[in-house]
Design a protein around this ligand. Structure first.
Ligand code: CMP
Length: 141
């Protein structure tokens, strides 16, 4: 089925100047960018976006990292987009990510891991609505 998912190019990858290289992975895999914005997240925004992780021991480090510089946020659309994006990203920990994945090629650590992607249709819908009004998502272009 045609799905939409959230992708975030994190502060480490924005700082390394590889937004375009990461976008090329999406487009080469048949995913379309149907919304995008660059944003320096506030603490409240990062905490809200990652609310599902708030009891985890890494939550504070995660919020600190995600507010350390601007991120590039996009909605990807395409066949099986949620799983396809997760395959392109590779494992959360870049040491465990398959060769040729975004995290294997651009990430330094489990914290500075270059990209985020929604993990389920439910979370994709929540995460898209967190950052974009429906009028900002350009379907079927
Ligand atoms: P992300 O997909 O953005 O979702 C939550 C983030 O927390 C994850 O990527 C990692 O960058 C970060 N994180 C740090 N430590 C862990 C951990 N032990 N397990 C999962 N995520 C972690």
């Amino acid at each position: 089925a045609i799905e939409r998912t959230i992708s975030i190019v994190k502060p480490d990858a924005v700082g390394k100047n590889v937004i375009g290289k990461i976008y090329d992975r999406f487009e080469s895999a048949g995913l379309k960018i149907v919304a995008a914005k660059m944003k320096h997240l506030s603490r409240a925004e990062a905490e809200g976006f990652y609310a599902v992780h708030k009891e985890r021991p890494f939550f504070n480090d995660l919020v600190n990292f995600m507010t350390s510089g601007p991120v590039m946020i996009q909605v990807l659309e395409g066949e099986n987009a949620i799983l396809k994006n997760r395959e392109l990203m590779g494992a959360t920990d870049p040491k465990k990510a398959d060769a040729g994945t975004i995290r294997a090629d651009f990430a330094a650590s489990i914290d500075a891991n270059a990209v985020h992607g929604s993990d389920s249709p439910e979370n994709a819908a929540i995460e898209i609505a967190f950052f974009f009004a429906s009028s900002e998502v350009y379907a079927g272009r």
